[in-house]
Write a protein that binds this ligand. Structure first.
Ligand code: SAH
Length: 219
């Protein structure tokens, strides 16, 4: 647990450096970079991580899960081409960092987590009052949220064994899904666009490494 939620000049300086690093790695979407520059990533980690919270790496957050690497979060957010007021479904809430980036970009975020322990912790998420545009759900991401469909965008933040058909159903025509799809031991980042006839178009990007997307809920 954190002792305090102070965002000091030193933290702000670390964030600026992280944003510059992400630029050199090829992130160009200014709205994504501004969101990363705004959100205190150290709030999502134990106080012990304060000095390293802005390194471009993933961290364990308990329950065998991770807070994704900033480059990965920026990369997926950029591919998603988020517009203000987009309705976005996220699979894998985890630390809520990716959800917060999308919320800061002006999206309405519907995020699902399959682990009860993580979902319960998200109730105490410190920035929750700042982002009333994030709605939290406990459930299995393979099922999506039919009651809230269709979505403009869908982002999967765990390694998917296949393209979940129910999620394609819940995507608007012209909508896009960003999904790290298993390819051997790594995942290939795909962007899928739903066409007017219900078929999908796929674009293929860099390889990444995620924790697995698992079926069913966990108490
Ligand atoms: N977006 C998160 C990444 C967390 S890691 C962040 O920014 O921190 C991936 C998360 O996906 C884990 O919390 C894991 O429990 C969750 N997950 C895995 N399979 C899932 C599924 N089928 N439905 C919902 N969440 C799932």
């Amino acid at each position: 647990m954190r002792k305090d939620y102070l965002d000091t000049y030193q933290h702000k300086g670390f964030r600026k450096r992280l944003v510059e690093l992400l630029r050199t790695k090829g992130i160009t979407d200014e709205i994504v970079l501004e969101a990363i520059n705004t959100i205190p990533r150290h709030f999502f980690l134990d106080s012990a991580f304060d000095k390293i919270a802005y390194e471009d790496r993933a961290f364990e957050i308990g329950a065998n899960q991770t807070i994704s690497q900033p480059y990965t979060v920026a990369y997926q957010s950029q591919l998603l081409q988020v517009k203000k007021n987009d309705k976005v479904l996220e699979i894998g809430t985890g630390s809520v960092y990716q959800s917060s980036v999308l919320a800061e970009m002006g999206a309405w975020v519907y995020t699902i987590e399959r682990q009860k322990k993580l979902y319960d912790e998200q109730k105490n998420y410190y920035l929750r009052p700042k982002y009333p545009n994030i709605k939290f759900f406990y459930g299995d991401g393979f099922q999506g949220l039919p009651a809230y469909a269709p979505f403009d965008k869908i982002i999967i933040t765990a390694a998917a064994p296949m393209i979940p058909p129910k999620l394609i159903e819940q995507l608007k025509v012209g909508g896009m899904m960003v999904i790290p799809l298993n390819e051997g031991d790594i995942q290939r980042m795909l962007r899928i666009t739903k066409m007017a006839d219900g078929s999908i178009q796929q674009e293929s990007f860099e390889a990444f490494s995620f924790v697995p997307m698992l079926t069913g809920k966990q108490d």
